[in-house]
Design a protein around this ligand. Structure first.
Ligand code: CP
Ligand code: NVA
Length: 330
């Protein structure tokens, strides 16, 4: 097999990467994680600087980029959702050219995938997608590392996504499962299945890797025997607040409950990219309680806090995998 070299590559979506390249990034993340635990320094990029553009808020992704950059010896500049000129007073193309002249890499979190693709087009340095409406590729590497740590392998794992499967996390999970020979099920109201175009693209990939892709509205059938039950919030960043009413009506049957986990089986784990509304300890959680009377939204507190829940291992792995992406592409 040819040696894998990702230097200079953008990291915009996993459709752009081969299964071997994705596996290489997960292996590299595992190696960097071990080094961090052993106190071995990995500051190979001293003197480099990266720009972090966040048009949407973040805890994990921002902190992961900042800590990982620091561990690699780099400086960071964080551009928050309100302070930069991007898109308002300066075009995406101009911003990209300015930042690429000062920085060695650019992270972008924001709205349409087209924006991050444009930044990459006009930038001579690597660009990394920190979440768009359509895709969340750095999250996927963390999820793969977490699943592999837990089960010891990826191929043949049955991953069931419940909830809004047509947004960044659901779309990306379908892609990554197809790429890595994992079986993907979207278990949801059919309004929330990924787009036909993306499904067709993934079906072609799955033919080569042996993955299966299933789309079902039946919770009992869809979650039976699952290894991973995965969900995400029902209304994503950037979507209107009014969307909640319809989402709750459509997606309540697809909340991850103890019954769902029991139906999956004793081997099953629960995953969530976070943040999550599993109790009343968030502002939005309390608003939803007041308006719709719900104590928990996409997952019950019982499942979230259960031994099957590996969400905090998953969150930690964001940092190690983002470090691997920067290590490999700079
Ligand atoms: N999972 C994730 O992307 O978290 P943040 O929104 O906190 O970055
Ligand atoms: N689907 C969520 C993911 C958050 C990490 C959102 O876009 O808000």
């Amino acid at each position: 097999m040819a040696e894998i070299n990702l230097h200079g590559r953008d990291f915009l979506k996993l459709l752009d990467f081969s299964s071997e390249e994705i596996e290489y990034l997960v292996d590299l993340a595992a190696e960097l994680k071990q080094k961090k635990k052993d106190g071995v320094l990995t500051d190979i990029y001293k003197g480099k600087n990266i720009a972090l553009i966040f048009e949407k808020t973040s805890t994990r992704t921002r902190c992961s980029f900042e800590v990982a950059a620091h561990d690699l010896g780099m400086g960071t500049t964080y551009l928050n959702p309100t302070d930069s000129q991007i898109g308002k007073k300066e075009s995406i193309a101009d911003t990209a050219r300015v930042l690429a002249s000062m920085y060695d890499g650019i992270e972008y979190r924001g709205f349409e995938q087209e924006i991050v693709e444009t930044i990459a087009k006009y930038s001579k340095v690597p660009v990394w997608n920190g979440l768009t409406n359509e895709f969340h590729p750095t999250q996927m590497l963390a999820d793969l590392l977490t699943i592999r740590e837990h089960f010891g392998h990826l191929k043949g794992i049955n991953l069931v996504y419940m909830g809004d499967a047509r947004y960044n996390t659901g779309n990306s999970l379908m892609v990554v499962c197809a790429k890595m020979g994992m079986n993907f099920t979207a278990c949801s109201n059919k309004k929330y299945f990924p787009s036909e175009d993306l499904i067709n693209e993934c079906v072609e990939i799955a033919k080569k890797t042996g993955s299966t892709l299933t789309f079902t509205e039946d919770v009992k059938e869809g979650t039976k025997g699952a290894d991973v039950i995965y969900t995400d919030i029902w209304v994503s960043m950037g979507e209107p607040e009014e969307a909640w009413e319809e989402r709750i009506a459509d997606l309540e049957p697809y909340r991850v409950t103890k019954e769902v986990m029991d139906n999956a089986g004793s081997q099953a784990v629960f995953m969530h990219c976070l943040p999550s509304f599993h109790d009343l300890n968030t502002g939005i959680g309390r608003q939803i309680k007041e308006k719709y009377g719900l104590n928990e939204i996409e997952v019950t507190d019982e499942v979230f806090e259960s031994p099957a829940s590996i969400v905090f291992e998953e969150a930690e792995n964001r940092m190690h995998t983002i470090k691997a992406v920067m290590y490999a592409t700079l």
